[in-house]
Design a protein around this ligand. Structure first.
Ligand code: FES
Length: 508
């Protein structure tokens, strides 16, 4: 049976490895410090630099490698069934502003790519939200009407070029897809050429907001800046408890070369079957690279290896000529009221900003955030969607209360329920090689992994964010927290926030 680890990881990283940038090793003073070197952080830094400000980008890992390096890289303002939800929570005008802001972001990519002379494999494509079950046709018709009302060129159709029949689909013309790293690495090169600082392997742990902002890196170096942007997927400095309004979800991605004549031309997504998303990308030798995403799940729950197997079988059944070559997983945060959070970091903030909660559509959302934050920081006329995205909004959160409360109930269920559940194995002696389980060591719940050589790695099972119990993801060899999606490697180091501290080591 093929396992995820048998295949190469993210195609985007594999095909555009990029050049390294040095860690920050000295104190610096700039106009703006941008924490996070993904699509939102790099886009914001680039816009600010073009506006004449001095900028430092601080990335804990490698730029454009985290969530941004694992995306499906669709640039679509049609985003599954979002317009029906937006109309309900933000009203007709809110849905219109959302469509306009996302559309402008997509057009902006094309303009910037042309300006910089970047070949980022930009391709115009129609986007589809489809369903195979006739029971969902009414929902799709309603979404087509809502998307049209919001200003998209959207219609309900019953024909697609997918290799299987659908009961119906919403089609939006004029959307696009690209190679995210070819675009973002070019932005980073241009940033450096314009005098901006770009530092990788630079985690930050301190943010002081009195007077001039001060960001302290783990290296000990400090950045003094008038403004700070926190663009780290889940905000590392979450002073407004935004995590209560965000839900983490993880998905599996499989990429497989396919003869060009068998490749569907559109970009597809369905909310059925825990989502299925399909697009293709340019590839070598008369082939396109089929990219299938699906099996959405809460980190730390279920068995991702089973989910990977299910997605592999789905791909083989519907695209029998595709040969899986890459597999990876991606993680997104979903805001309870369906609009990202972009604006001032907390209610009393004056010079600190956040961009998060892109709900799986981080390419257009992150680029939109770059333009919006630049307007807020430079004091230029902000776009009309400023209030739609402000983290200070309250009314839409109240309208989305059922979803908000359900998320909190899920967190409470994990916080309490996972503690009273029996350990998954009674003794470490029973733990097979290359597997992990929660085991009681000296009466304390511990996260124990036995590596392929038989060596045991024991850690506290309490997530360092707020204390929920982590669970082992066997497909990706990681400890995951179901409450807000923090992830740790088998030695306890943070792979993904909101946690910022590693899991405590345990003796065994
Ligand atoms: Fe919040 Fe683990 S991520 S408790």
């Amino acid at each position: 049976m093929t396992e995820m680890s048998d295949l190469r990881s993210s195609y985007w990283i594999d095909s555009a490895p990029g050049t390294p940038h040095p860690p920050l090793d000295r104190d610096v003073t700039v106009d703006v410090a941008v924490i996070g070197g993904g699509v939102a952080g790099l886009s914001t830094a680039w816009e600010l630099t073009r506006a004449g400000l001095s900028v430092a980008v601080l990335e804990a890992g490698r730029i454009a490698e985290g969530v941004t390096g694992h995306t499906s890289a669709k640039l679509s303002a049609l985003q599954s069934l979002v317009y029906s939800r937006l109309r309900h929570v933000h009203g007709t005008e809110g849905a219109r502003l959302y469509a306009r802001s996302q559309t402008e972001a997509i057009e902006h990519v094309a303009e910037v790519a042309e300006l910089l002379g970047v070949d980022c494999e930009w391709e115009h494509r129609d986007a589809y939200t489809y369903a195979r079950s006739p029971h969902r046709v009414a929902e799709l018709r309603a979404e087509a009407a809502a998307a049209r009302e919001a200003g998209l060129a959207a219609s309900f159709v019953t024909e697609t070029d997918l290799p299987f029949p659908v009961a119906g689909a919403v089609r939006a013309t004029g959307q696009a897809q690209f190679h995210p790293r070819k675009y973002l690495l070019a932005l980073a090169d241009d940033l450096r050429a314009q005098g901006a600082l770009v530092h990788e392997h630079t985690s930050v742990f301190g943010l002081q907001e009195d007077g001039a902002c001060q960001v302290t890196a783990e290296t000990g170096a400090q950045v003094t800046a008038r403004d700070v942007v926190v663009a780290t997927h889940y905000p590392v400095f979450d002073r407004a408890l935004l995590f209560t309004r965000l839900t983490p979800r993880r998905e599996i991605v499989i990429a497989a070369p396919l003869p060009v004549e068998l490749a569907p031309s559109g970009m597809y997504i369905t909310p059925e079957e825990d989502t299925r998303s399909v697009r293709t990308a340019p590839y070598e030798d008369g082939k396109r690279l089929l990219i299938v995403v699906g099996e959405k799940f809460t980190p730390g729950t279920g068995d991702p290896a089973v989910r990977f197997d299910r997605l592999l079988k789905w791909t083989a059944a519907h695209f029998p000529d595709a040969e899986p070559r890459y597999a990876w997983a991606t993680q997104d945060t979903f805001p309870c009221d369906s609009a990202p959070l972009v604006g001032l970091l907390h209610p009393t903030a004056r010079h600190t900003y956040v961009a998060t909660g892109f709900g799986g559509w981080g390419m257009s959302g992150g680029i939109m955030a770059g333009s919006l934050l630049t307007a807020l920081i430079t004091g230029s006329e902000p776009p009309p969607w400023k209030d739609l995205y402000t983290p200070r909004r309250v009314r839409s959160v109240l309208r989305a209360a059922p979803r908000f409360l359900r998320n909190q109930a899920d967190v409470a269920h994990h916080f309490v329920g996972d503690r009273v559940r029996p350990s998954t194995v009674t003794s470490v002696d029973r733990l097979p090689r290359d597997s992990g389980a929660i085991v009681r060591l000296d009466g304390r719940r511990s996260a124990v992994y036995r590596d392929v050589d038989g060596k045991l790695h024991a850690l506290s099972a309490r997530c360092t964010h707020m204390g929920c119990l982590v669970a082992f993801n066997s497909a990706e060899r990681a400890w995951e927290c179901p409450c807000h999606g923090s992830r740790f490697d088998t030695d306890g180091q943070v792979v993904q926030g909101p946690a910022t501290r590693e899991l405590e080591q345990r003796d065994i």
